[in-house]
Structure formats: structure tokens, C-alpha cells
Design a protein around this ligand. Structure first.
Ligand SMILES: [Zn+2]
Length: 199
């Protein structure tokens, strides 16, 4: 959350005001400032009327990551074969990651499965992890297990689209990319940037 002070405006101010049981008009006026100081005093914080990370934390609003990229991946597994979050987690742990590297994994049946929590930095695209969400579909190579191929089922295409739409609603500043834009790889075996450019 951003730092707020007297005469800040916007949705973050509304969040603050509702946490303080004030009328949420979105304008940080003297009444809001007074309520902030009161809250800070009661909670042993520095009484400055400025809502920074410490005050947000006491209010129960956790710092969310700033997301500016949504990166699409494939699991690089053969066409027609099912794998689960547990499988990917096992491969990623073997590579020394603390958990599955992606935030969402889309199965061949179109089901959208949670990987790492969105609030946590992923491990899916070197140099881009801090500010991104990683989405992976199962598949991405031909039956030979090595030739890059767009193996997305209709159900996967549909789910990818709805997940990306939902993520973009929540992170309106984020742009959609394929892993291959940032690495010398074929992943996700289709041109994600182009396909989702109209989202
Ligand atoms: Zn990838």
C-alpha cells in the first residue's frame, strides 16, 4: 500500500477510512488525520498522522507486491500427458526452489490450480520474478518430449483467457508476456504477447 497523509486521495484512502470506521469518501482530511493519530497512539506507533508500512500493518492491511507483468509459461511436458501441481513442485524443489515456482497452473482439463501464493515472489523468469505473476499450462512440447508445440486444449485456452482477464482486472498496470520474450527459450510455445494483446 502507498503511504498516505493529509490531503491524499483515492481508493487507498477509502480502505484506510473503512478500517478506521470513518465515512469512506476517499479524501484524507483533518478528521481522518485525527483518527489516524488516535489509532497510532493506541497501538504504540509514532504519532505523526502519516500512514506508512507500520501503520498499514497494524491496520491489518498487508503490503501487496507491485505487479507489472503477467508471464505465461508451459510445463514443457509432452502433448497429451497430465501433470499436477505436486509434480511441478517436486521438480522445482529438486532444482532448489522453496516451492512450486508458478502462481497458477492450468491442467489439460482447463482447471485452474493455485501454485505459490500471489503475494509471494515466484521463481519462473529470471530478472522478472519480483514484479510478476507466473502462469503455466501443462504441455508445450510434442509427443517426442522435446519439440516446442502449442499443445493447449480448448479448455486450457478458455481458462487461460479467463485467468488472464481476472489478473488484469486486479493488476491493471500489468502487461502480458510469454517467457520467451525474456529468455532464450521457446516457452510457452506460442506468441502470448500477440494473442493477449487485446486484453
Ligand atoms: Zn517458462
Amino acid at each position: 500500500m502507498t503511504t498516505l497523509k493529509l490531503w491524499s486521495k483515492g481508493s487507498a484512502v477509502k480502505t484506510l477510512q473503512s478500517k478506521l470506521n470513518l465515512i469512506a469518501d476517499g479524501i484524507f482530511g483533518p478528521i481522518t488525520e485525527e483518527a489516524v493519530k488516535d489509532f497510532q497512539k493506541k497501538n504504540g506507533l509514532t504519532v505523526d498522522g502519516i500512514v506508512g508500512p507500520a501503520t498499514w500493518a497494524k491496520l491489518g492491511v498487508t503490503q501487496s507486491r507491485y505487479i507489472n507483468e503477467i508471464i505465461v509459461h508451459c510445463s514443457a511436458t509432452p502433448e497429451g500427458k497430465d501433470f499436477t501441481v505436486a509434480d511441478i513442485k517436486k521438480w522445482h524443489l529438486a532444482r532448489g526452489f522453496s516451492d512450486v515456482g508458478y502462481h497458477y497452473i492450468i491442467y489439460r482439463d482447463g482447471s485452474i490450480n493455485k501454485g505459490r501464493d500471489e503475494s509471494k515472489i515466484g521463481a519462473h523468469c529470471t530478472g522478472h520474478n519480483s514484479y510478476s505473476i507466473g502462469v503455466c499450462y501443462i504441455g508445450g512440447v510434442a509427443k517426442d518430449g522435446k519439440t516446442p508445440k502449442d499443445t493447449r486444449t480448448d479448455a486450457q485456452k478458455k481458462s487461460l483467457l479467463s485467468l488472464l482477464r481476472e489478473l488484469q482486472e486486479r493488476y491493471p498496470k500489468a502487461t502480458i508476456h510469454g517467457h520467451r520474450e525474456f529468455a532464450n527459450k521457446a516457452c510457452p510455445s506460442f506468441d502470448a504477447k500477440k494473442e493477449y494483446s487485446s486484453l
